[in-house]
Design a protein around this ligand. Structure first.
Ligand code: NAD
Length: 358
């Protein structure tokens, strides 16, 4: 048995509802893979602000740093919207990511079974698509200096800086190749090397890092073409690595071919530990009504087992249980004709039932 410390931060809105179901799954799967869990729970987001006056109390930050992985529900809600920007729930999340030095964001876009019909794209285009976007998360144009709005020649000018150092590119490229190695060994690096010098360097460094991963088939694609290809033929991709801003846009485009926010897990890795969370927010419109889809959160647990603890089979087991559950049961967000409508808790229980039969 190996023991791992996991910090659970359910957060606000539907966060606690979906987290509860995901923890049940985690506790069922972990022992089968000789994994012993030390779980602790701390507040983050609006709930933390109400308790302590800050969306990320030091105690939560410390616990996150001392854990092997963090499982986060969602933060935010209308109650905290009037607050000053500096203490908004979302700031807690950003601080947690930056303090943990999570520079790589992994966003899978997978079509699960007959959810193929929930996509806005034609079934034959998306059926079987399985793409992982690896997005650089702590650099690039969102953080580059100088930035701002100032008066030049009598008018206001807004400016930002797209800057990447060699070491920043190298480390995210390495993550891209490592993820590709755990998948189909095909990596597409996305840039705009034809017009941006910073991404010309990106291309050069990614190619260099590729020499250490001879088994991975590396290709390069311009961001505009990548956006088009995701919609035209997503099945051509396996793993994609790209800058912060291109990744922000392309991961959303890729995700939407799957049809629902309630199905999308994510991982942020890079530092000594990883953070795992659904892509969706706190969904205040359905919070407390047992309507939330817990599958994004359950699939985030799968990602944690795969990427933080190297338990690929455990992740596969969870994904298969999700696919099997979807054959019969659906939450409201992914409801389809001929399926049985159930709530958040029952969806968690149905997945557990299948896992228990395995
Ligand atoms: P949202 O993702 O919370 O909700 C968007 C829509 O999708 C809503 O109609 C919601 O009901 C639905 N939805 C989301 N998750 C669902 C699920 N699991 N099951 C079923 N339906 C689901 O985005 P929003 O409404 O723009 O934001 C609400 C709050 O969440 C805001 O305060 C925002 O800042 C915050 N937020 C937090 C995160 C995060 O914690 N990572 C991400 C996005 C938004």
């Amino acid at each position: 048995m190996i023991t791992k410390k996991i910090l659970v931060t359910p957060g606000d809105g539907i966060g606690p509802e979906v987290t509860k179901q995901a923890i049940h799954v985690l506790k069922t799967v972990a022992p089968r893979f000789e994994l012993q869990l030390e779980l602790s729970e701390k507040p983050v987001g609006g709930v933390a602000y109400d308790l302590t006056g800050t969306p990320i109390p030091d105690e939560t930050l410390e616990a996150a740093k001392n854990s092997d992985a963090v499982l986060l529900g969602a933060v935010g809600g209308p109650k905290w919207e009037p607050l000053d920007f500096s203490v908004r729930p979302e700031r807690g999340l950003l601080k947690l990511r930056s303090e943990l030095e999570l520079y790589a964001n992994l966003r899978p876009a997978v079509i699960y079974g007959d959810l193929v019909n929930a996509s806005t794209l034609k079934p034959e285009i998306v059926d079987g698509a399985d793409l992982m976007v690896v997005r650089e998360l702590t650099g690039g144009i969102y953080f580059g200096e100088p930035r701002g709005v100032e008066i030049r020649n009598g008018e206001r000018v807004g400016f930002n800086t797209l800057v990447y150092s060699e070491s920043e590119i190298r480390r995210i490229a390495k993550v891209g190749f490592e993820i590709a190695m755990k998948r189909k060994k095909k990596l597409t690096s996305v840039d705009k090397a034809n017009v941006l010098e910073s991404t010309e360097l990106w291309r050069e460094i990614v190619t260099e890092v590729g020499k250490d991963f001879p088994e991975v088939e590396l290709s390069h694609m311009y961001a505009d073409n990548a956006a088009m290809q995701i919609i035209r033929n997503p099945k051509q991709f396996d793993t994609m690595v790209t800058t912060n801003m291109f990744g922000d846009i392309l991961s959303d485009a890729a995700a939407m071919m799957t049809g629902s926010l309630g199905m999308l897990p994510s991982a942020s890795i890079g530092g000594k530990n990883g953070m795992y969370e659904p892509v969706h927010g706190s969904a205040p419109d359905i919070s407390g009504q047992d309507k939330a889809n817990p599958l994004a959160m359950i699939l985030s647990v799968g990602m944690m087992l795969r990427y933080s603890f190297d338990l690929t089979e455990a992740d596969e087991m969870i994904q298969q249980a999700v696919v099997k559950t979807l054959e019969t049961y659906r939450t409201d967000d992914i409801m389809a004709e001929g399926k049985t409508l159930i709530g958040c808790q029952e969806m968690g229980e149905r997945v557990l039932q299948i896992l228990e039969q395995k």
